[in-house]
Design a protein around this ligand. Structure first.
Ligand code: FES
Length: 352
């Protein structure tokens, strides 16, 4: 999705977001989407102001991209040098910027790597659809040989990296309390209409959580909750906020929020969890409410990203087997397509 770099980017970001029918379907979307975006803009500006005047997601995306290619060059010298391009959905650099830069740099082979570990048609699916549309807009559909890493919810290195961040987060508590801290894995919510269409997201987020708990030895109580609901539709729950209220009323003392579907800090961690939910928890007497650090530039996570891409290139797979399985309720002809110049498995093996 990206995030507004400056406060002046907030309204255009929201207008693009609420106009995206692959993310969110609203009645009379052109009118209602603009109305919601404009009405929310001052409030959202204030939120970005409180976290330093903009989203750090471009900084973290560039840091992760650089860490990834440095490691990949070492792991796979035969396909080096590698380059990375950041492609956001609602704010620059857009897919158009990325594909034009790739063409200018003489790139011919490309791996589209979703930075969402768990697949949803609203996030990874929508972003890939937009990437392919950007190729068409610039006459570049046949310019690159593509393969996809569209989901990686149980990649062992990713799972170990999240477990490591949980251990770091637990250090904020006294050693005698750590085993009883409730781990609240919090993921971005989705409209229920998306789930009812057949979206794989809740299963994949659940799979990540269970693997992380296995790595941790499952000593701590844990739950999976969903945050960031907005707009007049029904959302996947249980909501993080509702659970904070319930845990406080149950006199629970220590709760560690673990961002499980975000790979770097942005407004949902720095503002929504740390400030909004943090203040709520303290008002309600839940004084041991804390958050595990985001993955950001964790060396273990950067190693995991490099392994993910390296293993993918060696596998010869053009995409995950599930990529071609459309949601049973999907009526969008743009979904799950690939450019015609997709890398064939045999060709990838020859390169690897
Ligand atoms: Fe899921 Fe189209 S909405 S494949």
């Amino acid at each position: 999705m990206g995030g507004p770099k400056t406060l002046d980017d907030v309204e255009p970001f929201l207008l693009n977001l609420f106009a995206d029918r692959e993310l969110l379907r609203l009645p009379f979307q052109d009118v209602l989407g603009r109305f919601i975006a404009k009405r929310r803009s001052p409030k959202v500006r204030a939120l970005y102001d409180a976290i330093g005047g903009g989203s750090p997601i471009l900084h973290w995306s560039n840091t992760q991209g650089q860490g990834l290619i440095e490691r990949l060059d070492a792991l796979s010298p035969e396909t080096a040098p590698h380059k990375f391009y950041v492609s956001f959905r609602y704010v620059a650099p857009f897919s158009d910027d990325a594909v034009l830069a790739m063409k200018a740099d003489g790139i011919t082979r490309a791996v589209a790597l979703s930075m969402y570990p768990q697949y949803s048609c609203t996030t990874t699916g929508s972003s890939l659809n937009e990437l392919w549309r950007a190729l068409d807009r610039h006459g570049l559909r046949d310019a690159f040989q593509w393969s996809l890493i569209d989901r990686w919810p149980t990649h062992p290195g990713f799972v170990r990296s999240v477990a490591q961040q949980v251990r770091e987060g637990l250090k904020q508590y006294a050693p005698s309390e750590r085993d009883n801290v409730l781990l609240m894995f919090s993921a971005h919510s989705l409209p229920l209409s998306v789930i009812e269409r057949g979206d794989a997201y809740p299963q994949e987020v659940g799979a990540t959580v269970e693997r992380v708990m296995e790595v941790l030895g499952a000593r701590n109580p844990h739950m999976l909750t969903y945050q960031s609901e907005v707009g007049p539709v029904r959302w996947l729950g249980p909501s993080t906020e509702t659970m904070i209220r319930r845990l406080a009323s149950d006199k629970r003392k220590n709760v560690l929020v673990v961002p499980v579907a975000f790979t770097s800090d942005h407004i949902e961690t720095l503002s929504e969890v740390d400030i909004e939910y943090g203040e709520l928890a303290h008002e309600l007497g839940l004084h041991g409410f804390k958050r595990a650090p985001s993955l950001n530039d964790s060396p273990m996570f950067l190693d995991a990203l490099a392994d993910l891409v390296h293993t993918h290139m060696q596998s010869g797979q053009a995409h995950h087997t599930r990529y071609r399985e459309k949601c049973p309720g999907c009526r969008n002809p743009s979904c799950r397509t690939m450019p015609t110049a997709v890398v064939e498995p045999a060709l990838v093996r020859a390169v690897a």
